[in-house]
Ligand binder design. Structure first.
Ligand SMILES: [Zn+2]
Length: 372
């Protein structure tokens, strides 16, 4: 999940939005402005209904952000590095680097988010006790308490990668003493839950024609894919062990300046695979990635004018890894049209991680294992 917009740093943690969060905001606005507030305040104007809907939507998104900040702060306390928090279609994601240091750490990090949500639910319901509150404010507080309670409960479902799934995995990891066994069992349970949620969403949609049924199916489908990814990542982690990116990264075959023309680019890359992508460096800083495919879209007679800088993917939209990253984590970013990742330290390019180098590392590991 990449940030489309970087918002701010909160307590040193980068917070961003992915465009897909607009789908969530629109769904909340629509259901609040068209149904919840008109039902609760039938004598008020549509302008008030929509104003309340907008306020409630913003505070709901802030509540999701606080939930993720809860995870991130606890992760930092447990010595993990945090890449950032992104709000998107299905809520929030806090991204950590590396593996959880222990079962206890994973448990504490996983439970920190739901604890924030339940505290917010309690605070908003506490607000309802204030004397002399206008009806509109009561309805707003009620819905905010409800949505935070729902966030609390939903996230505690024991389905990886939801918080409840992480708590379950941490407990299984602790009791079996085996991270892999814990993950395998937790991923199986997660898939079962995801299928049950899909069935439940379909029933809600058929019985009530409610859009929330469709949304539930979407979320469950995402959960199913995520649970499969957790199980897959485990296979890679097993095979790659504690290898780091620095152990297999190579020097970039070619590095381009943003001012390079299309014809100069083609001259240097004509013998490489069309899918190959190259780092673009300006004044010592990695600024993007360019591939032959990007130029292929520009008409040939314009190649003299088009430059690398105009067709490259800017660095904000490109996954970048660091030499100290675990190879298993970096490997999960390869594939799906990305055949190499730039490796950078503090914005300066130090090498590339290619699918070929990864395959060789896997091959070496497999032979080592066969040799005992
Ligand atoms: Zn959470």
């Amino acid at each position: 999940m990449n940030d489309s917009i970087r918002l701010a740093r909160i307590a040193g943690i980068q917070v961003g939005l992915n465009w897909s969060v607009l789908a969530l905001a629109a769904l909340l606005m629509w259901s609040l402005g068209s149904f919840f507030f008109p039902d609760a305040l039938p004598d008020s104007s549509a302008a008030l209904h929509w104003s309340l809907a907008a306020i409630a939507t913003v505070i709901a998104l802030l509540s999701i952000l606080l939930h993720e900040i809860g995870h991130a702060l606890q992760a930092r306390r447990d010595g993990m590095r945090i890449d950032g928090i992104t709000l998107w279609m299905f809520g929030g994601v806090a991204r950590f680097r590396g593996n959880f240091p222990s079962a206890g750490a994973e448990f504490r990090i996983a439970i920190a988010g739901p604890l924030v949500s339940v505290a917010l639910a309690a605070a908003f319901s506490g607000g309802l006790a204030l004397p002399g509150l206008p009806e509109a404010a009561r309805d707003l507080l009620f819905w905010l308490a409800y949505i935070n309670a729902a966030l609390f409960l939903f996230n505690l479902l024991p389905a990886l990668p939801l918080d409840g799934g992480r708590i379950l995995r941490a407990i299984l990891w602790q009791t079996t003493g085996d991270f892999n066994r814990g993950t395998t069992i937790a991923a199986k349970i997660a898939k079962g839950f995801a299928w049950a949620l899909i069935a439940f969403g379909v029933v809600i949609f058929i019985r009530f024609g409610a859009l929330s049924g469709i949304w539930l199916v979407f979320i469950a489908w995402f959960l199913l894919q995520a649970a499969r990814a957790e199980a897959r990542a485990l296979v890679g982690r097993d095979a790659l062990g504690d290898l780091r990116v620095r152990d297999v990264m190579t020097r970039a075959e070619a590095v381009f300046d943003p001012s390079t023309s299309a014809s100069a680019f083609v001259d240097r890359t004509v013998f490489s695979a069309p899918s190959a992508s190259y780092p673009v460096v300006s004044a010592g800083r990695l600024v993007g990635v360019v591939s032959s495919a990007a130029f292929a879209e520009a008409p040939r007679d314009s190649w003299a004018e088009v430059t690398v800088g105009e067709v490259m993917r800017p660095i904000d939209g490109v996954p970048v890894v660091e030499p100290d990253d675990l190879l298993a984590d970096a490997a999960s970013q390869l594939g799906r049209g990305i055949d190499r990742l730039p490796v950078a330290v503090d914005g300066a390019l130090v090498g590339v991680l290619t699918v070929g180098a990864l395959a060789r590392a896997l091959g070496v590991r497999a032979r080592e294992a066969a040799a005992g």
